[in-house]
Design a binder for this molecule. Sequence first.
Ligand code: PEP
Length: 253
Amino acid sequence: MAQRPYIVGNWKMNGTRAMLSEARAVDRAAQRHMKVEVALAPPYTLIHAVHREVEQIWVGAQDCSPNPDGAHTGDISVPMIADAGAKFVILGHSERRQGYGETNELVREKADAALEGGLRVIICCGETLETREAGKAEAFVAEQLKASLPKLEDAGEKVTVAYEPIWAIGTGKTATVDDIAAMHSMIRTLLIETYGEEQGAEVRVLYGGSVKPENAGEILGTPEVGGALVGGASLSAETFMNIALAAGDTVEG
Ligand code: PEP
C-alpha cells in the first residue's frame, strides 16, 4: 500500500511556549486530514511541551548526540529526547553540516544511536549551488547518502531521506520539477541498492527548500516525492497545514 505523504515541520531555533498554540492548531487540523502524516520538530526545549499538547502528529528533535550519556557539556542524547516524547530525529541538516562541520560519518553514528534508542530518523542530504552548477549534484548527493545512511533490516519504516538543495533552503528558490524528479529517482535507486527491493522502495524521500502552499502541489506531485521537510513555512500552523492540504490533494481517494 502506498504510504501517506509525510509533511515535517522543522522549527529550527524558533519558538518559546508562546508557540504551543501553533502546535495545537497543527494537531487539530491534522486530525481532520488523515490522508497526510504530519510531524513537527520543535527545539529541544519544547519537545516535551509539544508532545503533551498533541494527539495526532509526530513530535521529533532536530539533532541528537551520538553518545548515550556522560561528560558532553551542552549535548542532548537520544534517551533524553525519547524521554521528552520525541519519536524521530532529523539528522545531517545542512545547517549542522555547514555550521558545525558535521561529517557523513558523524551523521551515520548519530543515526545508529537514534535507531538503537527506538527513534526513527530523517537523514538530510543536498548539494551547494556551486556543486549543482558544476553538474555534480547527483554524484555529490549519492556519496553523501552512501556514507550517512544507517545499515538496518527494516529501513522502510524507520528511515526517511530528505533531499534539500542547500541553495533552496530559506532563500525562496526551489529546484525545478525536472531536477527534483531526477534527484529523487537517483535516491530511490540508491535506497534499493542499500536496503533491497522491498525496504528500499518503502523509504520515503522528502523534498525540502522553500516549500510553501503556492508551490507544494507541484513539488509534492512529482514522482518519488513522498512529502516535504518545511522550515520557515512551518512556523505558522495555517501556512504549514495548507502545505499538508496540498499534499493530501495529490493522493487519490
Ligand atoms: C529546512 O530547513 O529544512 C528548510 C527546508 O527550510 P525552508 O523551508 O525555510 O527553506
